[in-house]
Ligand binder design. Sequence first.
Ligand code: SF4
Length: 475
Amino acid sequence: MPHEAISVFDIFKIGVGPSSSHTLGPWRAAQRFSESLDKRGILSQVVSIRVLLYGSLAKTGVGHGTDIAVQLGLASLDPVTIEVNSITHRIDDIKKMQRILLHGKHEVVFNPQEDIEFFFSESLPFHPNALSFLVTLQNGEAIAETYYSIGGGFVIKEGETSNSLQEVQLPFPIDKAEDLLHWCRTTGLSISEVVMENEHSWRTEDETRKGMLHIWQVMKDCIFRGCHTDGILPGGLQVTRRASDLNKKLLQGRPYTDYDSWIKAIKDGGNGFQYTLDWVSCFALAVNEENASFGRVVTAPTNGAAGVIPAVLHYFVAFCDGDNEEKILQFMLTAAEAGSIFKKGATISAAMGGCQAEIGVSSAMAAAGLTEALGGSQRQALMAAEIAMEHHLGLTCDPIGGLVQIPCIERNTMGAIKAITASQLALQSTPDFAKVSLDTVIKTMWDTARDMSFKYKETSEGGLAMHIPISLPEC
Ligand code: SF4
């Protein structure tokens, strides 16, 4: 049987906000499609292209930048390397010229307002986040491909079962928390060590470490930028960015131009309860304000929930004396494995499971990572993940105006604080006495997801989204 092998780099991905399932996934799908045209030798014969967005991608696609993402993907621009400040003018150029450079090579007439269609009341059966690409060739032949954005930036093409059933044989195959504990017991390794051994199946340890430290650097840059940027978030809801003001208040207006002196100043402020709490919130707000502004973030495991893990990592660095690369790697490896187990046993897609699948999973991941980094046992780390998810069960997704702003940005502060509380609870507990296992809470989360009304699954047709008006500009 092929085994679903998920790497730490599948869970933590460098990308662009605001949404992993509605921005990053469709972007990747469009890249794959335009690349496939090139590989089949038919790119230069394309005379027209249309993109059809279904279900949740149609309902909240404009707010989540899905239309922007597919245009950038069709042009084969990469979310990891694109200069985020160039996005607006690239999209404006396509609109003005009514042309797109398919796969960066072949110019095709393209009017985004007509050639991207939103099917608000139509969903494809496999997954609510579906999109189809239709091209016509010079000889009149029509080609269509459908992709699904299944959460966290993962994409599969119609007919594939999973894009992550990879041709690698892991030394320690893991589907459930119980499997992970089994390998820890039989090898005597910590969770992060087991995960690192598995990562060797893809690349050398040195490459894994360098890649992860790069991700950590992107998280740090994102928080620092978010804590030093004022203004109103785009999208029409007129949400004011708050991290920068809070940063100024907490540092009594003292300016810091580089990350290291800024972190030192935060540490020098002590570790009083309110001060710590304010900083954890500030870190999380900073990331998700960047995310909402189409900024560069790390998907962890989604973009809407991208602030939880960096905020808890910064709590660890600034308030737990955790400024240590080894410990940061331990945290990230453990957190990634927890996220992978949730993806396999339930979902990390809000369109499938509501916000419990985003903020809930990120909180559980952060709780596990923090617990291992603080010296907890393997069972305490998994217990922490269980506690964090247990108290996110049933959390709905109802973003106002389809924007990843309200409740999303603040919700990351809650996910981070719950992760820290869950970790502390686990560190003070004996897992032998726990009544609920991580595998049981994952199953419960999945059952809850299936029972949840579609209104609360990233459609903006229920909850807060129904009660707060927003006038989006014509686009
Ligand atoms: S409500 Fe939660 S799941 Fe929905 S978009 Fe916001 S952060 Fe993502």
